[in-house]
Design a protein around this ligand. Structure first.
Ligand SMILES: [Ca+2]
Ligand SMILES: [Ca+2]
Ligand SMILES: [Ca+2]
Length: 453
């Protein structure tokens, strides 16, 4: 076995030297992902684009590529190759060496052909490979990764990415030291004018969910709520999660990121890999989704921070909210209280307030994981102040609201030594865009006071 290992290593080194300068053209390309212009996920909107399509992308099996290929020993000593404009690396034994971190371009001349590349991983690492494809609905190239078993001279498939036309392919694999073969294959069409670009990069550190760079590698969370703490370990890293809903559900999504260097984005896909929308970091999103399989992708569109993990939280609202009750509203200004200035008992507020309450469905059962929003309509210029909160498992919510608009003092109240000026302002509550019944509908918005002696 020992001699065989040396023999193959020597072969690869030979290939690298004799072919590397001729056919593998390291490009100083700026490789970037075409992320398209997906629409933001907006709370209370159910995008569900093209869900009526009966064709489940993942149920449509593409023809299988071989799981393992034995390198023919007769070609090992071959030292010359025929010139071919579009590359002769059509089989693994003719694979071209690529260096990690560099992008290479190539062409596929005939539908069904492949172009093979290989790279050496010198110590265990996460290996990420990316394929930018020809932007044509008639051309579908796929990407797969094989590990060279030096004992058997077989290359064995360890990962693949087989999305549809115009979609880039990406995969990741926790790699041992050794040789990895990257296959770009034509599932449909070919193009000798527009090249593909293939790229491989290694990461020394990575999160525990890796490899998870595409829907086939996605972590399966079923229908259960979850919180996933992960990081983006290179600018191409994508972290995919699969969820399966057994009934129509209101899904809450949130991507928390405290890094000041990296900016992340969440995108939700249906089973056909059609985007349902994107969600910026540190914002709440809720979508109503029919039963089915969905994929959540987290990536860094511009900058990433290896050292600061992000937190992806997904849970499901348990029922439709019908009403809320408010048990407390704290405020700044020494004005806390549920008082009566003359228009009935109301909570008095100034600017920094916290509303504590609970959400219920039509039968009076508390609703967990519901996003409750409020609108407070102040008097000055009619400015509407909004707040939002998510209920816990028992329907309780705590909602900070900053009323950044002063009261005008449309009413007065004379106390023993002070005259209070205040407004009576409307407060409303919503869930999924629908106004809720609530036990309060107005607040006293304190403006100022004058000492009257
Ligand atoms: Ca493809
Ligand atoms: Ca990651
Ligand atoms: Ca990943």
């Amino acid at each position: 076995m020992k001699t065989k290992v040396i023999g193959i290593t020597a072969l690869l080194v030979t290939l690298g030297i004799s072919w590397g300068g001729i056919h593998t053209q390291a490009q100083t390309l700026t490789v970037h992902k075409e992320l398209g212009n997906p629409t933001p996920l907006v709370q209370s909107v159910a995008p569900n684009k093209e869900l009526t399509s009966s064709k489940d992308y993942f149920a449509t099996k593409k023809k299988e590529l071989p799981q393992s290929i034995t390198l023919p020993s007769s070609t090992i000593q071959r030292s010359t190759i025929a010139a071919d404009t579009y590359g002769t690396n059509t089989t693994p034994d003719q694979a071209l060496l690529i260096q990690t971190g560099q992008a290479y371009q190539g062409y596929i001349a005939t539908e069904g052909e492949s172009r093979w590349f290989y790279t050496q991983v010198t110590s265990p690492a996460k290996l990420t490979s990316f394929l930018s494809v020809v932007n044509s609905a008639a051309i579908d190239y796929d990407l797969s990764l094989y590990y060279l078993n030096e004992d058997t001279s077989q290359v064995q498939q360890v990962a693949f990415s087989t999305k549809g036309p115009t979609q880039y392919e990406q995969l990741s694999h926790i790699a041992k030291a050794g040789y990895y073969f990257i296959r770009v294959s034509s599932y449909q069409g070919a193009d000798t004018t527009n090249p593909f670009t293939v790229f491989a990069v290694t990461s020394d550190t990575y999160d525990a969910n890796e490899p998870d760079d595409n829907p086939w590698l996605a972590k399966d969370r079923g229908a259960a709520p979850f919180v996933s703490t992960q990081n983006i370990d290179n600018s191409f890293d994508e972290d995919w999660t699969k969820v399966t809903l057994t009934a129509q559900s209101k899904m809450n999504l949130r991507l928390d990121n405290t890094s000041t260097y990296g900016t992340y984005q969440l995108q939700l896909f249906n089973a056909n890999l059609v985007s349902q929308g994107t969600l910026a970091q540190n914002t709440n999103g809720q979508v109503t989704l029919p039963a089915g399989t969905y994929y959540i992708q987290v990536l860094a569109p511009s900058t990433f921070d290896l050292t600061k993990p992000y937190k992806l939280s997904v849970n499901y609202q348990t029922a439709d909210v019908s009403r809320v009750t408010v048990s407390d509203i704290t405020t700044d200004g020494g004005l806390y209280g549920f008082i009566d200035y003359g228009q009935g008992k109301k909570w008095r507020v100034k600017s920094n307030i916290v509303i504590t309450g609970r959400a219920f469905d039509a039968t009076g059962t508390p609703v967990g994981n519901a996003i409750v929003t409020t609108n407070i309509t102040t008097i000055l210029n009619g400015k509407v102040i909004s707040g939002t909160a998510t209920t816990d498992g028992y329907g309780n919510f705590t909602m900070p609201v900053y009323i950044n608009n002063p009261g005008v003092g449309q009413y007065t109240f004379q106390s023993s030594r002070y005259r209070h000026y205040y407004d009576v302002v409307r407060i409303q509550f919503f869930n999924n865009g629908k106004q809720l019944n609530s036990d309060i509908s107005t607040l006293y918005h304190f403006a100022y006071e004058i000492y009257t002696g």
